[in-house]
Design a protein around this ligand. Structure first.
Ligand SMILES: NC(=O)c1ccc[n+]([C@@H]2O[C@H](COP(=O)([O-])OP(=O)(O)OC[C@H]3O[C@@H](n4cnc5c(N)ncnc54)[C@H](O)[C@@H]3O)[C@@H](O)[C@H]2O)c1
Length: 704
């Protein structure tokens, strides 16, 4: 018998499953037997009484879950933080528990209304008293944790629960004497597991299996070497015995129907305070502001989902719904995270979707020197495709050369401050680089809901077209290309050799000749096979007229490469009259710049192929400057490279026969990209036909 340990219990006089507020209650309404529940509760009461002293609080009619005293509050020393139940079904228990604590001489702390915290169900003291483990995710709000730290003067470690069956921390986590921990890891997110592993050494962690977890083995009462629980497997009992614990099983099946067992039915009211333990809490909060068509565009949902997915928690402080069809909505959301690391991760994502801090909370971006040429400081901010601004000396500065996966290099000169996206290999020691997530915002264009198809590229939405939609999509792409050409705009094409193999060379040549394309980007292969076709009538040895392989054709592309090498370059081959048609010929003749970026699998290569990949990337990026539209034609390698260099606002069309490739390429979360799943030869043929129709709508359709 340990006199120094006391528990509080409440007899099950009014216990029943009356409502559903957790998955265990589902299907169990009024299914528990009162007599059986009473017997089981008494058995538990007797077992605990054998080891310690038990106080009783009077049950109250109409509050069936009052039997679960773990949720009365959280006790440490003479202080108690009273629960604020999330569900109204339990809120009526609060005054009864408050009265009991007051009558028994505790200082009662009460959280602000609307800030849920469910007592010792979601807050468990390390049994050595070193810190408090506090859960959040289902019943308790993360923002309550700083109050626990302040009032109880203890370090709080926040753990996020992710499995609704384990809705309270004490259903899946049980600190034991001597620093041991009994727990069910899948009930927590990865970050919380990492935190647990950092604090509890492997030899002290007793991770249990799912069958034990669903029998509520973690919902146990630990009194020194005794662990009292509903049920444990032989294996678990042996593991616990090995480290000096004795399991006492006492059936609590009637209470499992309401989602509780031994620990839920008790509250330890004597928790000693350690002199040298003091409050630290790493929970951090920020308020963000979002503006736009937050509901229609799904931005609001996306923002709140990602806060939770990344381990944070939120509270919507204001939501001002645009009253008219055209007006935008604004929202202010308080975002909390268990620590700074999670907050930075959450904020990075929120910035990406256009959230910004409140103007009054905004701070300058954090800048750090470049440690060495081509090396960014640790924790540098990684850019996205969206127009970005950084706050420097109180002013917002637009970042130039926007692209994704770059650093933001800031230069302060007498003429002013400049900020530009730079690949890490290019950052220089006379620049500073933005680190962290402070003072950064992305500027998102608010889409106008009234823009009609035909006027805007948004008609297609970001998505993948099925075969049925291809013709319609091509018609709209043709309209857009015609529009760009008429405006003197710029269209870039990135193309793979499949364009030639599928008979698309003729169509692509024509698009170049007729001024629809201003830049060609690709690899060695598109040029090799295009020239092979022009010189020898085959592509990869296949006769392009007959569609059949020709004898010795597999050597054609090597002979082609050799011929061009002999001429010195593709342009020289055109000058010398060796190359007289095809895609590359049209580029040379029409002064359409091209860049062929090398790869490990290249044959030859052609003299024009840039085998220095850093130079090739630079050339690609220069040629893409000011581009309005990019056609990505059946080359995953070059299309991904191009996509990474391209800021939002550039229209992108990705054509590939493989839906997975199209989804990957067009999934930029922006409405300017569209995927077309089809044969690239067919696509080009349809495109040329549509452009012809736009030029001469009354002409008889030509067979191409
Ligand atoms: N002889 C050579 O030198 C040689 C030959 C081949 C490739 N390469 C080089 O290898 C690199 C990668 O080559 P890549 O771009 O061809 O390969 P890739 O794998 O990056 O892309 C080919 C894409 O074409 C798609 N595709 C296949 N058939 C299609 C069809 N009928 N219609 C539409 N899409 C279709 C595929 O799904 C794939 O996504 C390039 O740099 C290229 O120059 C060199």
């Amino acid at each position: 018998m340990t006199d120094s340990i006391h528990f509080l219990m409440c007899s099950p006089t009014y216990y029943d499953v009356d409502y559903v507020i957790n998955p265990w209650m589902e299907g169990n309404i009024h299914k528990s037997s009162y007599d059986k529940a009473k017997d089981q509760w008494h058995q538990l009461y007797e077992v605990i009484k054998e080891h310690t002293h038990v106080y009783l609080v009077d049950p109250a009619k109409g509050w069936p879950d009052m039997v679960f005293t773990a949720n009365a509050g959280l006790v440490l020393g003479n202080n108690v933080v009273l629960s604020r139940f999330l569900h109204k079904e339990r809120q009526g228990e609060e005054p009864y528990f408050k009265q009991w604590f007051a009558d028994n001489g505790y200082n009662v702390f009460e959280l602000p209304p609307e800030l849920p915290f469910e007592g010792a169900g979601d807050a468990l003291l390390d049994r050595e008293g070193r810190w408090l483990w506090a859960g959040y995710g289902f019943r308790t709000e993360l923002d309550s944790h700083p109050y626990l730290a302040k009032w109880l003067d203890i370090e709080v470690l926040s753990l996020r629960l992710v499995d609704s069956r384990f809705y309270h921390l004490d259903t899946c986590f049980c600190p034991l004497a001597n620093g041991y921990l009994l727990y069910y890891p899948p009930a927590f997110d990865a970050y919380s597991n990492h935190l647990i592993e950092r604090r509890v050494p492997p030899e002290k962690r007793i991770a249990i299996s799912e069958p034990d977890a669903v029998n509520f083995a973690c919902n146990a009462v630990n009194i020194n070497e005794v662990v009292i629980m509903n049920q444990a497997s032989e294996e678990l009992k042996q593991r616990l015995a090995k480290v000096g614990f004795r399991v006492i099983e006492t059936p609590l099946t009637e209470f499992l129907k309401a989602g509780g067992a031994a620990k839920c039915l008790t509250l330890r009211t004597t928790e000693p305070v350690l002199e040298d333990v003091h409050a630290t809490v790493s929970v951090t909060s920020r308020t963000i502001r979002m503006e736009g068509h937050l509901l229609d565009a799904g931005t609001m949902n996306r923002a709140l989902d990602l806060v939770v997915e990344r381990g944070g928690s939120f509270k919507v402080l204001n939501f001002d719904l645009g009253a008219e069809r055209q007006s935008t909505s604004t929202a202010e959301v308080r975002v909390s995270a268990p620590d700074q690391e999670v907050m930075e991760d959450v904020m990075t994502e929120l910035i990406r979707i256009g959230a910004a801090s409140l103007p009054e909370d905004e701070q300058d971006a954090q800048l750090e020197p470049v440690p060495a040429f081509g090396v960014a400081p640790d924790d540098f901010y990684v850019t996205t495709i969206y127009p970005t601004e950084v706050r420097i000396n109180g002013e917002w500065v637009r970042v130039t050369h926007q692209r994704m996966d770059a650093a933001i290099a800031v230069k302060e000169t007498p003429q002013g401050v400049t900020a530009r996206c730079k690949l890490i290999r290019d950052v220089d020691t006379d620049e500073k680089v933005v680190v962290g997530v402070r003072g950064i915002r992305t500027v998102r264009k608010t889409e106008d809901r009234s823009r009609s198809a035909g006027e805007e590229f948004s008609f297609m939405g970001a998505g993948v077209s099925s075969e049925r939609r291809v013709e319609l999509v091509v018609e709209q792409i043709a309209w857009e290309m015609r529009h760009i050409r008429d405006q003197g705009g710029k269209v870039a094409v990135t193309a793979g050799p499949v364009v030639i193999h599928t008979g698309g060379s003729h169509h692509l040549s024509r698009l170049i000749r007729e001024g629809y394309i201003q830049v060609l980007l690709g690899g060695n292969a598109i040029a090799v096979h295009d020239i092979e076709q022009a010189l020898m009538g085959t592509s990869l040895g296949v006769d392009m007229k007959q569609g059949t392989p020709v004898h010795g054709g597999h050597r054609h592309h090597l002979k082609t490469i050799n011929t061009i090498r002999q001429c010195g370059s593709i342009a020289k081959a055109v000058d010398q009259g060796v190359l007289t048609k095809g895609v590359m010929y049209e580029c040379v003749k029409n002064n359409v710049p091209f860049c062929l970026a090398g790869s490990i699998r290249d044959d030859g290569p052609l003299p024009d192929t840039q085998m220095d990949l850093v130079k090739a990337q630079e050339e690609y990026s220069q040629l893409l400057e000011g581009v309005d539209m990019i056609l990505m034609l059946s080359t995953m390698l070059h299309s991904i490279g191009v996509g990474n260099m391209t800021p939002s606002g550039v229209k992108m069309v990705c054509v590939d026969i493989n839906p997975a490739v199209v989804t990957k390429l067009s999934d930029r979360g922006s409405i300017e990209s569209v995927g077309v799943v089809t044969d690239v030869g067919l696509f080009l043929s349809l495109l040329v036909k549509q452009l012809e129709q736009l030029t001469n709508p009354y002409a008889e359709p030509q067979v191409i």
